[in-house]
Design a protein around this ligand. Sequence first.
Ligand code: ASP
Length: 697
Amino acid sequence: MSRGHHANSGESKNGEEVTVVGFLGKRRDQSSGLSFCELDTYYKPDVQIVSQVTEGDDEAGKSSAAHTSLRAIPNYSPVAATGILVERPRRLKAVQEFGDNRGPDVLPQDKLWDLKLTSIKPLNEFPKDIIVSKNTVWPPKQRHMQMRFDRMLRDRIRLRDFVTANARQFLRNDRFEEVETPMLFKSTPEGAREFLVPTRRAGYAYALPQSPQQYKQLLMAGGFRKYFQFARCFRDEDLELIDSLSSHSMQLDLEMSFASGKDVMRQVERLMQLISKRLGGAFGYKEIDGIRHPVKASPEQLKEAKLAMRKSPGRMEPDALHPWPRVPERFPVLTYDEAMTRYGSDKPDLRIESQIRRIDDIVTPDFVSMITKLEKPVVEAAQFRLTGTVQENQAFIHKFMDNLPKTPLKLSGDATLACFKPLNGFSAFGHEAAEKLAARKSEHWKKLEHGDIVIVHARRNVRFQGEGWTDLGKLQKAIYEAAVAQKLMAQRFNWGFCWVTKFPLFTPNEPETIAAGEGQGGAAGFSSTHHPFTAPYGPRDFDLLATNPLEAKADHYDLVCRGVEVGGGSRRIHVAEMQEYVMRDVLQMTDAGVGQFAHLLEALRAGCPPHAGFAFGWDRLISILTGVDSVRDSMKGEDLFVKSPTKMTDEQMKAYHLEIRKKSTTFEPVTSAPDFEPSPSAIPVPGDEPLPGSSSV
Ligand code: ASP
């Protein structure tokens, strides 16, 4: 008999006596002398405890004692159960009906085990006042209960571990080296608003790194070739508004010296292929409530799943085992302008088959004046072919448009929308234009059929300047998602990875950029779209820095998956003079602002090689993988489990030389105290002198 010996270890045999540890499920008493109880062993497969009082043989006393013990232990308690393993060919129906917390990760073909109980020892007690039922929804402050009772949540966290381990292994095999960089960094205008960490030296603060960007560039200047790190990054963003890499979350951060942006893009593609291969070789998934639940599966099970998928693509039962799709060798590349023109987004969702089309060549001035007050606008159309009847499609789109103000689309005021019903509703176009539109056909625009929906939209005829969406792009995506949710459009899971390149190097500042302390704080009226270390795309773009910087394109590439940015990177400026020129002359940063990057300029000046890099928003990637929308329970940067942030005590405030000048609301982070406004110049940079109680950065 061995302690902690698991039935799934491959060592256990039918008829063997083992001790298995785990959490009891809900006990089911069949009669006074017979009980069943699930034992959640964490590793698959689970074990069902069968406790039966045998009569008249030598074991009677033992089984009766074990039975009494089991019945005395509250459901859900952790136990060590000893008994004889008996293999069951199929899952007992009774188990499915009673106290089943197992989630969908048990396949019908799995081996199942009964454990004929001979003794059981409670290892702690599950309290009576916590009520567990099948439908209990555990709030975020009971994160431990969510994990304990939502097996699927646990499996997703375990999937993250699997993917992380494989990524690390792949990178190491490819001669990447993992280097940890400091967490207490200094305040620099890299782009995002920072979290500051006040010190006990009056008026001094560290900043938490918004990314290890500057450190990884220092590594390249220091002679490292290929660096990676799973790095925590902190950005003090308004979480409701962000739609880019997550604020304080994990990045898989890479940098390569003597490398171009294209080299980095290839490396990232290879990594994603490897991940999809490993994932597809070990797991399938089941789709439940829109979430893909990873299910560990044998090669035979996966083979069967692939065959089933090939036979009836798009028509598999959600609960069936689905194979994970493979990632193609190369990802399509769209420039920023192409993405904005065709998808109305710099995060195009390639699952949307129909692309936005310009139709200002066919619409009449009368029609244009009907839908907009804009002078010479760009008129565009998006089409949808839904699977409902004409009436159903019409009802869907009318309801959608009626509810528009309630959707988070935030359409800007200068755009007007016109919604057309099927073909017979095109009269507003005028006969000729309607005919022309109806006859259009191209790779990404289907010839219109009765029942199709077309949305026409007018926007200002100006160059895209780094914005993330057009109104029509937002609308198209929202309609697509609503139609899929209402099963009016089929959706098959594929990765839909693509690259978006050639972003504008600079984006004009919005008032909010300045108010939030974002950007570089220069006087030019614009900030770096990615960060100020990004190289111009080519010589023409370099020349434009002097003449028309807002026209210059960047050697910046974003990785987009199903309409979500999962990573981004760039080739860096590696020549100190050029970096200083961009900061001082183009962005028009002050001496003090440029001075905050003195360490970087110094490193570039010392013969730094060309280099380029990338960072994945790791949690974003994993959540996309499993179809979970958000990686957060709270959108306020709070941890609802530990209840952070906490209010500082008077002693703490004193030690950090902080003072609250006006009444602040509870849970306001310390950085919002007026003394610590994250204005770079307000906070002196710690000098050479070590700070009391801290290591130097
Ligand atoms: N540091 C960048 C970011 O966090 C990524 C990169 O350019 O490598 O977005």
